[in-house]
Design a protein around this ligand. Structure first.
Ligand code: MG
Ligand code: MG
Length: 253
């Protein structure tokens, strides 16, 4: 069942979203060659806790970190580790959730470490653009398939591919709620959008094939062909006055 939110609940979600977005700014500020993903995770957890919130991912289905941190051909769900040290040229996906006043924010960015290859920076840009192409379809009366097909078209016209196995979702009191929000689909199909919906829209985009697999650690997802992957996610709220992107605290990022 889709849990629609009233305006007071959407206000609470804006607070959770702001803390989530600020935690990503902390990650961006500290990402450099030589830092471990565990150190980054600690900085993110400390920021969220100082804000009076709880890291949504910590302990979720047993996940040991406060952020999922995934490097290069890792797509999502990377486990923070002292042994994973960032190097110049890496691209790092940081995915964060903060739970505050009963609601979650959920957001991810792909951050370059120093100077990266042209293909990597193009992938990051196209992945971000695809989110906004999808978000532009968030109008009451449109359908989930309008969002997914806009994301897919934006990605595929650049020669990249959309991951199919993992998708966006409703978000609110629970980290994962209905409806499913695929990053692909057919315009005019699927659940009809309406005011009060709160969604995590999160294109995951590969340079090569869309195929992915999960490592034996039970979490980390990698591209099958070792190509690069990027991720861009925000929590959005549909209201009668328009769309609020709750986790977008730096509008240029
Ligand atoms: Mg996320
Ligand atoms: Mg999500």
């Amino acid at each position: 069942m889709i849990q629609l939110k009233n305006s007071a609940q959407i206000s609470a979600m804006k607070e959770a979203g702001r803390i989530t977005g600020e935690a990503l700014l902390v990650a961006r500020e500290h990402i450099r060659e030589g830092i471990s993903t565990k150190e980054l995770d600690t900085l993110i957890r400390e920021y969220i806790e100082r804000a009076g919130a709880k890291p949504s991912f910590l302990g979720y289905a047993g996940f040991p970190g406060s952020a999922c941190i995934s490097i290069n051909d890792e797509v999502i769900h990377g486990i923070p580790s002292k042994k994973k040290i960032l190097r110049e040229g890496d691209i790092v996906k940081v995915d964060v959730g903060a739970f505050y006043n009963g609601f979650h924010g959920d957001s991810a960015r792909t951050i370059p470490v120093g100077k990266v290859r042209d293909e990597a920076s193009k992938l990051i840009e196209v992945t971000r653009n695809s989110f906004f192409a999808g978000a532009a379809m968030l109008k009451p009366g449109n359908r989930i398939g309008d969002v997914g097909s806009a994301i897919q078209a934006c990605v595929e016209k650049e020669g990249f591919s959309v991951v199919r196995r993992y998708i966006g979702h409703g978000v609110g009191r629970e980290l994962h709620e209905q409806p499913d929000v695929p990053n692909f689909g057919t315009a005019g199909r699927g659940v009809r959008l309406c005011a009060g919906m709160t969604l995590a829209i999160e294109p995951m985009v590969n340079t090569g094939s869309a195929d992915v697999y999960e490592l034996p650690d039970g979490w980390t997802v990698k591209t099958a062909d070792k190509g690069l992957s990027a991720h861009y996610e925000n929590t959005v709220a549909l209201t009668s006055e328009g769309v609020i992107i709750t986790t977008l605290v730096d509008k240029d990022w």
